[in-house]
Design a protein around this ligand. Structure first.
Ligand SMILES: [Zn+2]
Ligand SMILES: [Zn+2]
Length: 221
């Protein structure tokens, strides 16, 4: 556990130095690695193959790069299972129904849980000061991830108990970030009105593009 925490800490620190939600960034990188790893190393792994088949393949989002994947054989082996099942249903004029969720989506949710609980624990742990320093210098969590943080803290997640206390600084940081985003969005809308071109021109580059930041913060990813 100690080693794992160490890795989380440094991975989080690295992601915080980049723009937008650090957790979205970590998850995107891990999902990509997971897909690579599964297709290259574990395509014949019974557990993975059964899961993939029961899910009817990856979801549309995670399957989007399969046709340009380097290893056609892996894609063919996995796809054959899926096509067999779909075809059997189609011949009965039925629609095939998935028994499980996309394996990458499940893996993402596991990683989310791992990092959010880590954030809660480490945020008031031994290295809290260091964590707080680099985290509050980042763009912070997107709204969907911040909501998950609140949910996991209240209801627990996986092996983590419910009713955890989120470090005060983490709440204050996000609330003031979202408040500020709301203020800047309001300002952008006001200054976009006819006759306020001069004020609009006076906005910083970031404030002129606040709608992009808003869309990303609301959606995550
Ligand atoms: Zn996020
Ligand atoms: Zn998926």
């Amino acid at each position: 556990m100690a080693v794992e925490r160490h890795i989380n800490f440094f991975e989080l620190q690295k992601a915080c130095a980049e723009p937008s939600c650090p957790l979205c960034r970590i998850i995107a990188a891990r999902a990509e690695r997971y897909i690579d790893n599964m297709l290259f190393e574990h395509v014949s792994d019974r557990g993975f193959r059964a899961h993939y088949r029961a899910a009817g393949g990856f979801c549309a989002f995670h399957a989007r790069n399969l046709e340009s994947f380097r290893d056609g054989l892996a894609v063919a082996i996995l796809g054959r299972d899926t096509l067999e099942d779909r075809l059997a249903s189609l011949k009965r004029r039925g629609i095939w129904k998935a028994q499980r969720r996309c394996p990458v989506c499940e893996e993402q949710e596991r990683i989310e849980g791992e990092y959010l609980t880590f954030l809660i624990e480490a945020g008031s742990g031994e290295h809290a000061e260091e964590l707080r320093e680099f985290f509050t210098a980042s763009d912070g969590l997107c709204i969907p991830h911040y909501e998950k943080l609140l949910e996991y803290a209240r209801h627990g997640h996986g092996i983590f108990p419910r009713g955890r206390t989120i470090p005060r600084w983490l709440i204050a940081f996000h609330e003031s970030r979202f408040e500020e985003l709301l203020r800047r969005t309001g300002q952008f809308i006001e200054f976009s009105a006819y006759g306020r071109q001069a004020e609009f021109a006076g906005l910083s580059e970031a404030d002129k593009l606040v709608w992009k930041e808003l869309a990303l913060t609301l959606r995550g990813g």
